[in-house]
Design a binder for this molecule. Structure first.
Ligand SMILES: [Zn+2]
Length: 224
């Protein structure tokens, strides 16, 4: 009994450590990873995940009204479905990053799948007219084995985040973000699908943080 209890504890600990490793925001096995930047300046990056979806024009209008540049982590499949929306995001001057082709969890996938997911998405991003460096963000923040190895071998930077509001209500999303942001923060918002609360939170996030002296920049500017 004692022995099996010990095994159980070990298995639980290993499982916990393993899930920490897969989901860690500031560590991965191989390749450069950024979850925020040490900065003495009050700068912050808004990163908007998934899509583009049909909501993209509204997202772009909101950002244009506020004069805020953002960084969009887009999926190759959605870009291939809506090439016009990809072009509109690029034409508006925003940064675009790679969020895989199909948005699958990149854990225990083969090297061939990783290459496919990343490179087909790069191709779609270039087809949208984007010419800057393409950083990578794993779906659900998950990365293990073949993915980090690929990213390291190809000199790709993984961009995670240090601020992720959990609420589903716009005002609370804004409050959570404003409370958590510090100089050099990277904020994650899911604006393309769902209720629209995250998009509705953006004007308040921007207003309150600007009131505290913050300036919004793209991820590439944040990294200097
Ligand atoms: Zn995503």
């Amino acid at each position: 009994m004692r022995w099996s209890a010990g095994v159980l504890v070990c298995v639980l600990l290993l499982g916990f450590g393993f899930s920490e490793l897969i989901n860690a925001r500031s560590f991965q096995l191989g390749g450069e990873l950024v979850d925020r930047v040490d900065s003495t300046e009050k700068v912050v990056a808004l990163t908007l995940d998934d899509g583009p979806s049909e909501r993209a024009p509204e997202v772009l209008r909101t950002l244009a009204d506020l004069g805020v540049p953002a960084t969009f982590y887009l999926n190759g499949s959605a870009l291939d479905t809506h090439p016009d929306l990809g072009r509109a995001i690029v034409a508006a001057g925003h940064e675009v990053g790679n969020h895989t082709y199909s948005h699958r969890r990149m854990v225990f996938v083969t090297p061939g799948t990783v290459r496919d997911e990343v490179e087909r998405t790069d191709t779609a991003i270039r087809a949208a007219g984007y010419t800057g460096e393409i950083t990578f963000r794993p779906p659900h923040g998950k990365k293990f084995l073949a993915l980090p190895r690929y990213l390291a071998e190809h000199g790709r930077t993984t961009v995670m985040w240090d601020v992720e509001p959990r609420s589903a209500v716009a005002a609370e999303i804004a409050d959570e973000a404003v409370r958590a942001v510090r100089p050099g923060s990277i904020v994650l918002l899911h604006v393309m699908y769902g209720s629209g609360a995250a998009l509705a939170a953006i004007p308040r996030i921007v207003g309150e943080l600007r009131g505290r002296g913050y300036r919004f920049v793209r991820v590439s500017e944040l990294r200097g």
